[in-house]
Design a protein around this ligand. Structure first.
Ligand code: ADP
Ligand code: ZN
Length: 737
């Protein structure tokens, strides 16, 4: 059952011995009664409580229920030395849990993702760059110094530094003795440097100044509201929303900026520093443990004014959040696809509406959801119409591949080849885009026709020459390329079919022997740091031709880039995904937007076998409104999101019979759903029918826009007792349907 906790007023204080209800991070899904400890505790306090033989972390959620034998109730062990959870956070977690049908314990885990929360404050030894150069440099020493330089002024703990540099701690200690690295004592958790809202603002264009003025006023209003900030890539959306951040800082409130991709943060941090004179806090999976603990505490105490982060930053304990910016709001990576299934964009709106903050959704190609909300007047609209400065939107043209007589292992058309050559000669850059990682998507045996698949998933293994392995993109399993066919045993007949980014790079290297070709694909970099370095090198002119996957479509600024060639514009249009058109439209426009971001004019060429396809035509015509209107009509007609409500229920088990039996049973006993007029479709094999050896079956539930879907789902699901091997996961507003 779900816990719908309601909420408590934070003024509530419980004296020693009074009953309090504590929500823990353990999967129990009810609030447990405890006695308040010596000295009492406040509602919202983070506490340690006994649970069986263990001590666990929890939050005082409200008064105890008292429906349990009082003599057996144990006491809270201690109150932790961190700011209590604010009431608005309790409400946010409760509502978000209700919306996504997630147990409260799992929601609380999202909100306590800081290591060492229960440790007492203390001093620690940290290491930073010293002045001295050692006489004798070894590879290991060089790596340590490089890491410290790369991370600017950041201090590391001993183990973090050794681990990041890939050396033993004695190497670091040796450098300390030589004065090349400094060892200092620092309190664990220190505030971030103050940001100055008036430090380095740019002079805005008329268009930008107007938009910034509207946003500033909305931030000053101090109440909830969402603005969809549209504008082509390079129009200055970032400059404009940084003005909203400035206003938020002036008002003494905190600002959160969500970015869809960690690789973008480095470039962004530099910009923020130039604007506000100091670096903000940075929260994502690449941040060290010590730093995370510090951020978590400082956000809660007001010692961090601004956070740049991944979607999980929404669950930080902000003391006084005034603004949330969701940059590239349409990006699919905002949808968590593992664990708690939530869309960070929607959760940002929810969180802001609870704490009276403003939301800015920025995008050149908004999601259909946000576009619809703006059309309906639920969101304010602001649009920047032109690119900043001399930069103009690239010209877009299709290359009709039906006329090209390319051999089966080549993908760069003659027309594209000529344009690339022209750029390279002028010292400009060309980007060849293909949204496929690895060398070749298929490995086939030329003797028997067998295609190498994953042993655990219903997926093909993808050859990655860079990693010298076959990789399953579903479960991550890898294996070496076999010499002989696993099916017929014939040797030497396994061959790659189709292009991946690595194979395209091979073709480009052969076609353009004079050019410097670099490949940008997420799996080719050992660390976020290496990737950052590569991106910077490209921006500084260290490459002529960039071969890239989706990674390059997002927000990077390459001033010398004037040509984008999309190798296969049709790729996203295949398959049965209803959102395929929207995705392709967004992706193609984002990619094309990479070209000509400075004063040089850009050209985008789309290789396609179906130039008359409506989506391709809308992209070429740059007819955004027309595209959204047509797409909205189609979805309205099918009453699918955002014009109807949907949930995907995925059942998975190692036992294929068990999942189908359960699925059929669920489809039959659909009373609670029928009560609200909802329909169930399926069970059918899920889009990926087997992952990591687990069979997956999906049911889709469709309801009208206003229907109380979650409540009905909860009642429906409560009827079933899945077997021990079976897992049920509920995905409200699934990405694919
Ligand atoms: P978007 O976020 O819409 O893609 P950006 O804010 O990143 O656009 O702006 C694109 C480029 O133009 C950036 O390098 C930015 O610094 C520059 N730029 C935009 N507006 C101005 C301005 N008013 N003055 C100076 N530079 C600007
Ligand atoms: Zn697999």
């Amino acid at each position: 059952t779900l816990f719908t906790g309601g909420h408590v007023t934070q003024a509530e204080f419980y004296h020693e011995g009074e009953l309090v209800g504590v929500l823990t991070t353990q999967p129990l899904d009810r609030v447990l009664d405890y006695k308040a400890p010596e000295g009492g505790c406040r509602a919202g306090a983070f506490v340690e409580v006994p649970l069986g033989p263990r001590k666990v972390l929890g939050v005082v959620w409200g008064p105890g229920k008292g429906d349990y034998d009082r003599s057996k109730i144990r006491s809270v062990i201690r109150v932790l030395d961190v700011a209590p959870m604010r009431e608005e956070m309790q409400i946010f977690l409760t509502k978000a849990g209700d919306y996504t049908l997630t147990p409260m314990s799992a929601m609380l885990r999202l909100a306590t993702r800081a290591p060492g929360l229960s440790d007492p404050p203390s001093m620690q030894k940290v290491y930073r760059l010293g002045g001295a150069e050692p006489d004798r440099m070894t590879d290991a020493r060089t790596r340590v110094l490089e890491v410290l330089r790369d991370y600017g002024g950041l201090a590391f703990t001993l183990s973090e530094l050794a681990e990041t540099a890939g050396v033993t701690t004695s190497v670091v200690k040796g450098l300390v003795k030589l004065g090349a690295v400094l060892e200092e004592d620092r309190p664990r958790d220190t505030p971030f440097q103050r940001l100055d809202p008036d430090y380095g603002g740019k002079e805005l264009t008329e268009d930008q100044a107007e938009a910034a003025g509207v946003l500033r006023a909305s931030v000053r209003s101090g109440s909830y509201g969402t603005t969809l900030l549209r504008g082509v890539t390079g129009s200055g959306k970032t400059e404009v929303y940084l003005e909203a951040v400035a206003e938020c800082l002036r008002a003494g409130r905190q600002a959160l900026v969500l970015l869809p991709e960690i690789a973008l943060t480095a470039e962004f941090l530099t910009r923020v520093e130039a604007r506000f004179g100091a670096k903000p806090a940075e929260w994502h999976s690449g941040v060290t443990m010590t730093e995370r603990r510090r951020i978590w505490k400082m956000v809660g105490e007001g010692g961090a004014q601004m956070v740049i982060g991944a979607r999980s930053a929404l669950f930080l304990p902000f003391q006084n959040l005034g603004l949330i910016v969701v940059d590239e709001e349409h990006d699919t990576s905002y949808k968590q696809e593992d664990g708690v299934l939530y869309n960070a964009r929607d959760m940002a709106v929810l969180r802001a509406s609870i704490c009276g903050a403003r939301v800015v959704l920025a995008s050149a190609t908004p999601s259909l959801e946000s576009w619809t909300n703006a059309e309906a007047g639920k969101y304010d609209k602001l649009t920047l119409t032109s690119r900043y400065g001399e930069a103009v939107l690239p010209e877009m043209r299709a290359i009709d591949m039906r006329g090209e007589q390319l051999p089966s292992d080549r993908w760069i058309s003659g027309a594209l080849q000529r344009e690339v050559n022209a750029r390279v000669e002028k010292g400009e850059q060309a980007l060849l885009f293909i949204n496929r990682r690895g060398y070749a998507p298929i490995t086939i045996c030329r003797a028997c026709g067998h295609q190498i698949g994953c042993d655990h998933c219903d997926a093909r293994m993808v050859e990655h020459r860079f990693l010298k392995r076959l990789v399953c993109h579903q479960c991550g399993e890898t294996k070496p390329m076999p010499e002989t066919c696993p099916s017929c045993g014939v040797e030497g007949r396994l061959a790659p079919v189709g292009p991946g980014v690595e194979r395209l790079a091979e073709e480009a290297t052969a076609l353009f022997p004079e050019a410097r070709v670099v490949t940008l694909s997420s799996d080719m970099f050992g660390s976020a740091r290496a990737l950052k370095a590569q991106i910077k090198a490209i921006a500084d002119g260290g490459a002529d031709i960039i071969i890239g996957t989706q990674l390059v479509a997002k927000g990077h600024n390459f001033p010398l880039l004037t040509l984008v060639g999309v190798i296969d514009a049709d790729l996203g249009l295949q398959g049965s995904d209803l959102r395929a058109a929207e995705r392709t439209f967004q992706l193609m426009r984002q990619v094309a937007g990479r070209a000509g971001r400075s004063e040089r004019k850009g050209l985008a060429l789309l290789q396609t076998y179906q130039p008359e396809h409506p989506v391709i035509r809308a992209i070429l015509a740059g007819d955004e409104e027309g595209f959204w209107q047509a797409e909205a009509d189609e979805r309205r007609h099918a009453s699918v999101p955002p014009f109807g409500r949907m949930a995907g229920i995925v059942l998975s088990s190692t036992d294929v019979q068990e999942v189908f039996d359960l699925g059929n049973d669920m489809a039959r006993r659909d009373g609670p759903l029928r009560q609200i007029g909802a329909q169930v479709f399926g069970p059918a094999p899920a889009p990926i029918a087997r992952i990591r050896g687990r069979h997956r079956v999906r049911l889709l539930v469709k309801a009208d826009k206003g229907a109380p879907l979650q409540a009905a789902l909860a009642r429906w699901l409560a009827q079933f007792r899945p077997g021990p091997q079976t897992r049920i996961s509920v995905d409200i507003d699934p990405q694919t349907f």
